[in-house]
Design a protein around this ligand. Structure first.
Ligand SMILES: [Zn+2]
Length: 338
C-alpha cells in the first residue's frame, strides 16, 4: 500500500523522500543554536516505523559511526515504512566528549522526560515526543563506559517472543536477557509497548571496526526481519548465545593490573584473569574467575582502585564453543557489507 505524507515539526515529507531535520533543543551560552539532527527515510510503500539512536551517552561514538555508514547503504532508498535515524542524541555530551549532559545527568535515566525540567529531561522529552512515540520498534546503540570495552552484544527483555525474534535477527554473538532500568529509553519504549534492542559494543571515545561492522549488519538484518528492507533468503551465520546471568569481577585491592585474560575468551571457575601489583612489586594479588563462562566486557585501563569492575563474565557452559565462533565473527577481514 502506498505510504501517506508525514509531518515532522512542520515539514511535510512525501513518500519516497528522505531528509534531515534539525530539532531545536537549546542554545550554548555562546548564543549558538544546538539541534538534535534526525534523518528520516520515508518509504514509498507503507510499513513499520523504526528508530535507531546513538550517543544518548555522549561519549559512546561507535553508534554514531554505525548510523553514518548506514545512511550510505543503497538499500535504504527502497524501504517500506519509515526510518528515523538519530546519530547524536546527547549533542551536549558529544561536544564535551562526556557521557553526561552539562547538568551532569545521565540522559538514559531521564525518560520520558519533561519539557519544563532539567536540560537532560528536556532532551529526553524532545526525543520521546518527536521520534519514539511514532515508532513500532527501536534500536539504541551504546558502548562500554569508563574505560571498559564490551564484546558486541544485544541487551533486551527476551521474555516476549517478538523481542526475542528481533534480537535473534540482529545476529550479534551474544544476547543478554536484562532487566529494564527505570528512566531509560528502553523503559519508556517498553511502557509504550514498543519492542527495543540495545546494542552494546566496544569502548567509549573509540571506534572499534568489528563492533561497527557487526552493528551495521545487525541493524540491516533487523530491518529485513521487520520487512522494512526486502527479506534476505540467506540464513544467519550463527545463532546468538543467550545469557541469563552475568557476574562482575572487581578488584579487591588498588593497584596496577597485568591482564591475563581478554574479552571474548572462555574461562573456567578459578582461572587467573589478572594480577594486581603495586609500582614497587611489594605485593601481588591474583584475581581468579568466580564463574565458568565467557568474558563479555572488561577494563582497558590498567590502573584500578579497590572495588572497580575488572571483567564482566556471562555464565555459560557453552563458552568454549562460542569462543571459537567469536574468533571467526570478530575477524574484521571477514566482513562484507550486507
Ligand atoms: Zn551507554
Amino acid at each position: 500500500m502506498r505510504n501517506k505524507p508525514i509531518d515532522f515539526l512542520g515539514t511535510t515529507i512525501q513518500p519516497g523522500e528522505s531528509t534531515t531535520i534539525e530539532i531545536p533543543v537549546s542554545k550554548l551560552y555562546t548564543h549558538t543554536e544546538v539541534n538534535v539532527p534526525v534523518h528520516i527515510f520515508h518509504g514509498k510503500t507503507s510499513g513499520p516505523s523504526v528508530f535507531i539512536t546513538a550517543a544518548i551517552h555522549g561519549d559512546e561514538i561507535n553508534g554514531t559511526e554505525i548510523i553514518r555508514r548506514l545512511m550510505d547503504h543503497k538499500s535504504l532508498k527502497n524501504i517500506k515504512g519509515t526510518l528515523y535515524a538519530v546519530p547524536i542524541v546527547n549533542v551536549f555530551g558529544f561536544l564535551n566528549r562526556s557521557r553526561y549532559t552539562p547538568d551532569r545527568r545521565d540522559l538514559n535515566r531521564m525518560f520520558p522526560g519533561d519539557d519544563k525540567g532539567s536540560l537532560a529531561g528536556r532532551i529526553a522529552k524532545i526525543l520521546s515526543k518527536n521520534v519514539i512515540d511514532k515508532c513500532d520498534l527501536g534500536i539504541d546503540l551504546h558502548t562500554g563506559s569508563n574505560h571498559r570495552s564490551n564484546l558486541p552484544q544485544i541487551r533486551a527483555c527476551c521474555v516476549d517472543e517478538e523481542t526475542r525474534a528481533i534480537a535473534d535477527s540482529f545476529n550479534a554473538p551474544v544476547v543478554i536477557n536484562t532487566n529494564i532500568r527505570d528512566g531509560s529509553l528502553r523503559a519508556y519504549a517498553s511502557e509504550k509497548g514498543i519492542p527495543m534492542l540495545l546494542y552494546e559494543a566496544g569502548e567509549a571515545l573509540r571506534f572499534d571496526e568489528a563492533s561497527i561492522q557487526i552493528g551495521i549488519k545487525g541493524v540491516i538484518s533487523v530491518l529485513r526481519h521487520m520487512g522494512v528492507l526486502r527479506r534476505s533468503t540467506k540464513k544467519p551465520r550463527n545463532k546468538p548465545l543467550y545469557i541469563e546471568k552475568t557476574v562482575w569481577v572487581r578488584a579487591d585491592v588498588s593497584g596496577i593490573i597485568s591482564f591475563k585474560a581478554s574479552i571474548g575468551q572462555a574461562v573456567e571457575k578459578g582461572d587467573v584473569l589478572a594480577v594486581i601489583v603495586d609500582p614497587f612489586s611489594e605485593f601481588e594479588r591474583i584475581i581468579k574467575s568466580p564463574a565458568t563462562g565467557l568474558i563479555i566486557g572488561g577494563l582497558e585501563l590498567p590502573l584500578v582502585h579497590e572495588g572497580e569492575a575488572l571483567f564482566h563474565i556471562a555464565r555459560t557452559g557453552r563458552a568454549d564453543e562460542i569462543e571459537t565462533l567469536l574468533e571467526e565473527t570478530l575477524s574484521v577481514e571477514d566482513f562484507r557489507y550486507a
